[in-house]
Design a protein around this ligand. Structure first.
Ligand SMILES: CC(C)(COP(=O)(O)OP(=O)(O)OC[C@H]1O[C@@H](n2cnc3c(N)ncnc32)[C@H](O[C@H]2O[C@H](COP(=O)(O)OP(=O)(O)OP(=O)(O)O)[C@@H](O)[C@H]2O)[C@@H]1O)[C@@H](O)C(=O)NCCC(=O)NCCS
Ligand SMILES: Nc1ncnc2[nH]cnc12
Length: 291
């Protein structure tokens, strides 16, 4: 008689592994996407003196364990203060792990926050979701629960939000990631439908978010004039037909010139592009046109 030995797999661990892999891949896909204005890509470090492609990739890999832990602890849980405290602790440990790998350079703080919340929300749903909205709504609920353990330390984002009275990374999550739902994902799907290749469609999605996001990275370095100039120039690329067209590419060169002249970088939009790619992979149903 033969016995077939069977190792039971744990669905929570399986999903956590899958989500961690996808989130890390989304970060790698974002940083390798080329060309991107002002950002690190395969051509250059953009408007950054302390970042490189190698550093960004090392940072992305260092975050796999954080995404895995976030998913595992969130498996089929309700959004409540207890879970919020746990994911806050894991998120902060992830920030520290990133800083250890990058020797103190902030590569992915905003990405840990956005993708961390989305991974957590996908696991809260036990991997059962049809639409991106199902995941972003859960993430918004978690982001809206206060974390009493969060240290009240200085951050450039908070400082810019208060100085210019504009929403930053925290509010973007609390509102359910409108930049992704109303801009990034619809533009990605639209550009694909219109015949753009995958890289062009992803750059278009980035530009669509850049054209409206109040990115605290841009505000911190360049103030409101630089933010408005960037938003306008990003919009013009899309108005000209996007990256799949010659006119769009000419406008892209102009946008890039603006980024380098003002020495600004859309780090917040880059993080939200990673989050867009993660959601696109998890829920491939197209959304309607960008508004
Ligand atoms: C809620 C937090 C995200 C903290 O937010 P806060 O605004 O207080 O702090 P920041 O440290 O400034 O981080 C915010 C980062 O989010 C990105 N971002 C900016 N604007 C937006 C926006 N409107 N919407 C969404 N996301 C946005 C951005 O990240 C990217 O830029 C980083 C580089 O930034 P920085 O170092 O400022 O700039 P450089 O120009 O490179 O510096 P210099 O060269 O000039 O010196 C890069 O990391 C990208 O990721 C902002 O930086 C959250 O962190 C928090 O509360 N965490 C606690 C843990 C927790 O609860 N976690 C739970 C889930 S895991
Ligand atoms: N590609 C990139 N360049 C600079 N900062 C970033 N933050 C997230 N992605 C980035």
């Amino acid at each position: 008689m033969f016995f077939i030995s069977r190792i039971d797999t744990d669905p929570a661990m399986d999903l956590a592994e899958q989500l961690a892999k996808r989130a890390t891949q989304a970060l790698l896909d974002e940083v390798n996407l080329t060309p991107k204005p002002g950002l690190v890509d395969q051509r250059s470090s953009g408007a950054h003196h302390d970042l490189s492609l190698d550093l960004m990739e090392a940072s992305a890999h260092s975050l796999s364990a954080t995404f895995y832990e976030l998913a595992l602890v969130s498996w089929q849980r309700q959004a409540d203060v207890a879970l919020r405290l746990e994911i806050g602790k894991i998120g902060r440990a992830g920030e520290q792990a990133m800083m250890n790998v990058t020797h103190g350079v902030n590569t992915h703080r905003g990405a840990i926050w956005a993708l961390g919340l989305l991974v957590s929300s996908a696991a809260m749903l036990g991997g059962e979701y049809e639409r991106a909205l199902n995941i972003t709504q859960g993430a918004a609920t978690m982001a809206s629960i206060g974390d009493p353990m969060q240290p009240q330390s200085f951050s450039k984002g908070k400082c810019a939000s208060q100085r210019y009275r504009i929403p930053g990374a925290k509010e973007q999550a609390q509102l359910g990631f409108p930049a992704i739902i109303n801009r990034g994902l619809p533009q990605l799907h639209l550009s694909r439908q219109h015949g753009a290749n995958e890289s062009q469609a992803r750059v278009d999605a980035l530009l669509s978010m850049m054209s409206s996001l109040t990115d605290t990275c841009v505000l911190s370095r360049g103030g409101t004039d630089a933010l408005s100039a960037m938003q306008r120039a990003a919009s013009l690329v899309l108005d000209a037909g996007g990256m799949a067209t010659i006119h769009g590419q000419t406008r892209f060169d102009q946008l890039e010139q603006i980024m380098l002249t003002h020495y600004i970088s859309p780090g917040g939009s880059a993080d939200l592009l990673s989050a867009t790619l993660l959601l696109d992979g998890l829920t491939p149903t197209p959304l309607t046109n960008p508004n």
